[in-house]
Design a protein around this ligand. Structure first.
Ligand SMILES: Cc1cc2nc3c(=O)[nH]c(=O)nc-3n(C[C@H](O)[C@H](O)[C@H](O)COP(=O)(O)OP(=O)(O)OC[C@H]3O[C@@H](n4cnc5c(N)ncnc54)[C@H](O)[C@@H]3O)c2cc1C
Length: 391
């Protein structure tokens, strides 16, 4: 197909993955972001096998595996450290043909940015609006400049300013009922085995430690703490340690050590929100992707992975439509609406179960974990992975 001029709004993992996939399909792609320096918020993410498959097809598989954590086992314990379940993740990774890659957000961003090429990314460019017609799109920026393109990719995150224009309707974010603190700490055996994803659950709260750095000399854990709290609960980094000491008083020794060990200045604290599944993801000459399209609770670890799938699919539908942008956008919509909507809903349900929206359901889940041999948890993850565009 003829090369298109494509403008991507947002240089997060969604926008950059899409840009790379579209470049590799032969299009001329520019990415803009409103920030002057790209500094991802949050410590790390776990890129599950469906996301890694996309990155591999874009040529980043080896690089991503090299800098990601070697997560081989999963273990749940009660808040007091009593084992609930422990199993190897090998059967899952063998079944889907790809391991998961927990990776520092900064590393992932660097790899994507290098692959796209910094010269194609313009920072300090806040897009305020756009117009489109059958021929193309004009994007307007806060500094008074404008850019034209054949296609606009809206990847401006969960607070998306442009989503409403694409959809013709307002989209409200919904609080998922809990706050998440996340941080990286040097990995050490007195916190968790270095190849384990350990989680402690109790009182509708959760603590998680996941191996995230492939650097054998300086291994790190990606750690987070979840606590159900009323929305708008005020805090600042000087209080994080005290808050967590309070919320997790009496929890197992490794949790206490972790609370004393992290650097609050490096910690991110997020009130978790999602958006209602959307009924369409495209407008005239515009497609939405990533969190702008499907902001979701992080409880399935799929927000970023779905953003990667979006970018891959967008490049493929444009390829298949041979120049017919409207047909490509229709195909993108058909391929993604149901897939991402289902994952947003499941992530929401998982968040509610984990964080006590219905205390009886949370108690039942704790009881299930005590009976779990890994097959049910891995079966769920496998289903999510296999539902992706690369199987
Ligand atoms: C606590 C937590 C844990 C998570 N864990 C995982 C996980 O383990 N695995 C996983 O796959 N996902 C996870 N996620 C989800 C993942 O972080 C997101 O899905 C992903 O970062 C979304 O990327 P994005 O590019 O769509 O949006 P963003 O990363 O938000 O990027 C949007 C970009 O758009 C720019 N922008 C915004 N407005 C404008 C504008 N008007 N003009 C120009 N630029 C603009 C912003 O500056 C930003 O750089 C987690 C999320 C949270 C909160």
């Amino acid at each position: 197909m003829a090369a298109l001029n494509i403008l991507v709004i947002g240089a997060g993992m969604g926008g950059l993955t899409a840009a790379l996939a579209l470049q590799q399909a032969g299009h001329r792609v520019s990415v803009v972001d409103r920030v002057h320096e790209l500094r991802p918020v949050g410590a790390a993410i776990s890129v599950w096998s469906n996301g890694v498959k996309v990155l591999s097809r874009l040529g980043l598989g080896e690089a991503v595996e090299r800098v990601s954590g070697d997560m081989r086992h999963m273990r749940y314990a009660t808040q007091y450290g009593e084992p609930l379940t422990e199993f190897s993740l090998a059967p899952l990774f063998e079944a889907v043909g790809q391991r998961a890659c927990p990776i520092a957000r900064a590393e992932l961003q660097r790899l994507l940015l290098d692959a796209v090429g910094e010269r194609h990314v313009r920072l300090g460019a806040a897009c305020s609006d756009f117009d489109s017609d059958e021929e193309g799109v004009t994007a307007y920026f806060e500094d008074g400049s404008r850019r034209t393109a054949d296609l606009l990719v809206v990847a401006d995150g969960t607070h998306s300013r442009l989503r409403e224009k694409v959809l013709g309707q307002a989209v409200a974010r919904r609080y998922c009922g809990y706050v998440n603190w996340n941080v990286r700490v040097p990995a050490s055996e007195d916190l968790a085995p270095l190849d384990h994803w350990d989680q402690y659950v109790g009182d509708h709260q959760r603590v998680s430690l996941m191996p995230m750095s492939g650097d054998a000399a300086n291994p790190e854990f990606y750690c987070f703490f979840d606590v159900p709290l009323p929305p708008g609960t005020i805090s600042d980094p000087t209080r994080y340690r005290d808050e967590l000491r309070e919320h997790f008083a009496g929890w197992a020794e490794p949790v206490q050590r972790l609370i004393e060990r992290f650097d609050p200045a490096q910690m991110a604290r997020v009130e978790i929100h999602d958006i209602e599944p959307l009924s369409h993801l495209v407008g005239q000459r515009a497609a939405i992707l990533g969190d702008a399209a499907h902001g979701m609770a992080p409880d399935l670890g799929q927000g970023g992975c779905q953003a990667m799938e979006d970018g891959w699919v967008l490049a493929r539908v444009l390829e298949n439509a041979e120049g017919d942008v409207a047909a490509a956008l229709k195909a993108y919509d058909e391929a993604r609406v149901e897939r991402v909507g289902e994952i947003v809903s499941r992530a929401r349900k998982r968040a509610e179960t984990t964080h006590g929206a219905d205390p009886a359901a949370t108690r039942a889940w704790y009881a299930e974990l005590a009976e779990e041999d890994g097959s049910s948890i891995m079966g769920g993850i496998e289903k999510t992975i296999r539902g992706g565009p690369l199987g």
